[in-house]
Design a protein. Structure first.
Lengths: 599, 253
């Protein structure tokens, strides 16, 4: 808390009494529960370097906020020099009651100095210690001489219109040093824009109620309400250190002793608070609100320009918007505009310049890049910008002229610039509803799970099985196994030939001829449906001739068959050669017959 | 050509049912009248009456989609177009309107470009509905039976040979389309897609209101449904993001 005693002077006095001293002091021995106080141990002597082993007392009953903080000083008074070392603690009591701060000790040149214990009384609440009451000037007194006043230029505004709020410091007291901000005002419901103020506060003089004040501008802000109704601005809170003339305190021995000849002042930290501001925000009138109105309030000028009237496809053109005037430039929405088909629009490049002196004003420039994709002449319809003029209490609309652009077919395909999406080719609207609804039916089971489906699949399957079975039975009954045998004939013949080849290699003459003749005759029997019992060579030849097989081939078959019968019983001189010749000619015959039938 | 054939088969199957049902006609017609008079909400009510009675079909969902689109409910519009396409995947109008409605989706989810074979496969699957595939399989099956019978009844080798090869061809086709049907059925029954129907939905990390917000999705986005706990459903986005949302903010296709 407030330190009312200047210790340096206190201990200067002490130094007169003895060369070395070690004293414990508190700045206040009656402390309210929530206040902090300072405990100091001051040693005075000639040679501070000889100090060692500082042993502080137990400070269990208190909370140590900071410390030990060390400071040294040196003074020469009346030719006597003395130096002092101070170890200080900032303490805060835990509970109420009377506590004794024990002794501290320190060694100086082989000698130990101790302090006397100090009694402190902790009282409840923020009750001021008795000692203080006399020497402090009251807050009310300060408030009369120092205050912050917040003013607004108008208390009733339209939504989005600027209200300027000004914070001024009025003072008749001396401000000791830099003030610190405790709480900035809260602009709830507003868009706030800080206005420019001088960096250092310069004071001017102003007379209020016959009293002269120094007035300094603290802060200015432009507020744009963004909701209708009664809005409040919370106070601006500052801590201001002020110099206060110290009052005489009859209880203080030291004051009496020194008489305070130089107008000793003390510094009081005063918490100043501005008044609460109330603004009534009116909603914008609903009637005559233009369609192009996007919330701009103030006074604006609008122009739109197109950089080129002629271009080629895929060569960009720039559409520039220029909005200037007073109002909330930052929140200004760009006027919407329609583009004819065949243009591609990119996000605009926006540039703002805001002048923050007094009324917020400035310019907003936007540049749209448009790329024509289709050749031909196109018209961009006029672009409208609307704002509400609070002075005239009416909506104003500024309209640009329409732009005609003629686009020639340029180089390059459409696809090489940006990604043209298939979206563009689609119609922008949905197609008409369906007027035929033959497909609407009771929610039904999936076809696959319907028994009818399975019946419909199984029945034809079974039916075909039955049909095939019947057919085969029928064939058997009519002795018509021809088909079966017909298809088997070739296979059987091949098998026999294979066996014959084996026998040929083994040089088994007897079996070879029987096998090879079986191959031929079996083939002919099967192929031409001749029962084994009825088979003769002539019968086979007849059948062959019936099937339009060349007579030469038939003859060859006959000759070979006879030759085979002959050799079989009367093998010649060179049986193995005859065998291989026979094998060759027999297989030739079968292959030839097979070929001519397949034809 | 295939499409017409299919339609003819469909018609043959459903003709009797349709002519018997005058209720469908009257409700659909009154719904369409209301739509023409721009009374979209009333038209929706009318169509919904039919659905409540257990009716369904491409045209009813398509018209519902249109009515919702006109009311600006893009999420529902997309949902119903998807439903319509589920019935007849080749419907041009529904495809077109779905594309138009999708222009209004705010979210852009980057899908991994699928491998081209999958594209072909997906396209093949999507070309017919479940019933469509069933009808195709049935047709092939009957044709196969016919060729088998022809094989046994054939009088000459060439006839037999031809019917044999045709039969093998049909068998291969049959197996192929059965496997397609199996895949499609698995898709229909096990994989559920949904459309976000609420304007803005915050997706949570777990099925609990107090859990962390994962991301935000907007109306019209198609998501895959993976799980369900009480009123919450687990969704998966095309780019793999996963989260939980309330069931009411989604419509299942």
């Amino acid at each position: 808390m407030l330190k009312s005693i200047l210790f340096g002077i206190l201990f200067l006095f002490a130094s007169h009494l003895q060369a070395q001293s070690f004293i414990a002091t508190v700045d206040n021995n009656k402390i309210s529960e929530n206040d902090r106080f300072e405990l100091r141990f001051t040693f005075e002597g000639k040679n501070l370097n000889a100090l060692k082993n500082f042993n502080p007392p137990s400070l269990k009953e208190f909370r140590v906020l900071s410390g030990p903080n060390q400071s040294t000083s040196m003074q020469i008074i009346n030719g006597v020099s003395s130096s002092s070392l101070t170890l200080s603690y900032i303490l805060m009591p835990n509970t109420t009651g009377v506590y004794t701060i024990g002794s501290a000790s320190i060694q100086y040149e082989e000698k130990t100095y101790t302090t006397d214990p100090i009694k402190v009384t902790i009282v409840k609440g923020s009750q001021k210690p008795k000692d203080d009451s006399g020497k402090q000037i009251s807050n009310e007194e300060i408030a009369k001489n120092l205050f912050i006043r917040a003013t607004i230029d108008k208390s009733k505004v339209y939504l989005g219109d600027q209200v300027t709020v000004t914070y001024k410091l009025y003072t008749r007291l001396n401000i000791a040093s830099q003030m610190s901000v405790d709480k900035l005002p809260q602009y709830q419901g507003f868009w706030a824009e800080e206005l420019e103020t001088a960096r250092n506060i310069t004071f001017s003089r102003e007379v209020i109620d016959g009293k002269q004040y120094n007035v300094g501008l603290l802060k200015r802000a432009a507020l744009f309400p963004n909701q209708a109704g009664k809005l409040e601005v919370t106070p601006f809170e500052l801590t201001i250190p002020i110099q206060v003339q110290k009052k005489k305190n009859p209880n203080n021995v030291w004051d009496d002793f020194f008489g305070d000849p130089f107008g000793r002042a003390e510094i009081v930290e005063y918490q100043a608070k501005s008044n609460i501001l109330r603004v009534e925000v009116m909603p914008l009138p609903e009637n005559n609100k233009p369609a192009s109105f996007k919330g701009a309030v103030g006074k604006f000028d609008f122009s739109a320009t197109l950089d080129k009237q002629k271009t080629k496809t895929n060569e960009p053109i720039n559409l520039k918007f220029d909005i200037s005037g007073t109002g909330n430039i930052k929140l200004l929405e760009l006027p919407p505009f329609e583009l004819p088909n065949g243009f591609e629009r990119y996000d605009p490049k926006v540039d703002e310049q805001i002048n923050r002196a007094g009324k917020i004003s400035g310019t907003k420039k936007a540049e749209y890049l448009l790329i024509p994709r289709v050749a031909g002449s196109r018209e961009i319809p006029p672009i409208e910008f609307s704002y509400f003029d609070p002075e005239k209490r009416s909506y104003q609309t500024i309209s640009s002229k329409s732009f005609t652009v003629s686009i020639e077919q340029g180089q390059g395909s459409t696809s090489d610039l940006a990604n043209q999406q298939s979206i563009e080719q689609l119609d922008s609207d949905i197609r008409f509803i369906k007027t035929k609804f033959g497909d609407v039916d009771k929610q039904s089971q999936i076809l696959l799970f319907k028994p009818a489906f399975w019946i419909a699949s199984v029945v034809p399957f079974l039916a075909s099985l039955v049909l095939i079975g019947w057919k085969r039975k029928q064939d058997k009954l009519s002795g018509n196994q021809q088909l079966l045998r017909y298809s088997k004939a070739e296979k059987v013949a091949r098998k026999r030939f294979k066996a014959a080849k084996k026998l040929l290699d083994q040089n088994n003459i007897e079996l070879f001829y029987s096998e090879i003749s079986q191959a031929l005759f079996g083939y002919l029997e099967d192929k031409f449906h001749i029962p084994k019992s009825e088979f003769t060579l002539d019968r086979a030849a007849d059948e062959l001739l019936k099937r339009n097989i060349k007579p030469e081939l038939v003859e060859k078959m006959k000759v070979n068959a006879q030759k085979c019968e002959f050799i079989r019983f009367a093998p010649g001189t060179n049986p193995s050669q005859a065998m291989s010749e026979m094998y060759q000619s027999f297989s030739d015959v079968v292959i030839s017959i097979e070929r001519s039938i397949a034809k | 050509m295939k499409k017409y054939l299919l339609q003819i088969i469909f018609l043959a199957i459903y003709t009797s049912a349709v002519f018997a049902n005058t209720q469908v006609n009257s409700l659909m017609q009154s719904g369409n009248e209301l739509y023409k008079n721009n009374q979209y909400q009333n038209a929706i009510d009318e169509y919904n009456k039919l659905i409540k009675k257990g009716y369904e079909g491409t045209s009813i969902y398509y018209n519902l989609g249109n009515a919702h689109y006109r009311l600006g409910k893009v999420g529902f519009a997309i949902l119903y177009y998807e439903k319509a396409l589920r019935f007849s995947p080749g419907d041009e109008d529904a495809k077109h309107n779905l594309a138009v409605a999708k222009l209004n989706i705010k979210d852009k989810v980057d899908e991994l470009p699928p491998f081209f074979i999958f594209n072909v496969w997906e396209g093949l699957l999507a070309s017919f509905s479940l019933s469509g595939w069933t009808v195709i399989i049935y047709t092939i099956f009957i044709l196969l039976l016919l060729t088998v019978i022809a094989y046994f009844f054939s009088r000459s080798v060439t006839q037999q040979r031809i019917s044999f090869f045709i039969g093998v061809g049909f068998l291969v086709l049959l197996f192929f389309s059965i496997s397609l049907l199996a895949v499609k059925m698995n898709k229909e029954f096990n994989i559920k897609d949904g459309i976000i129907v609420e304007n803005i939905v915050t997706v949570k990390s777990s099925p609990d209101n107090s859990s962390k917000d994962e991301f935000v999705v907007h109306e019209g986005l198609k998501v895959r449904l993976e799980d369900k706990v009480d009123d919450w459903v687990k969704i998966r986005l095309a780019d793999g993001k996963i989260g939980w949302i309330m069931e009411r903010s989604i419509g299942i296709i």
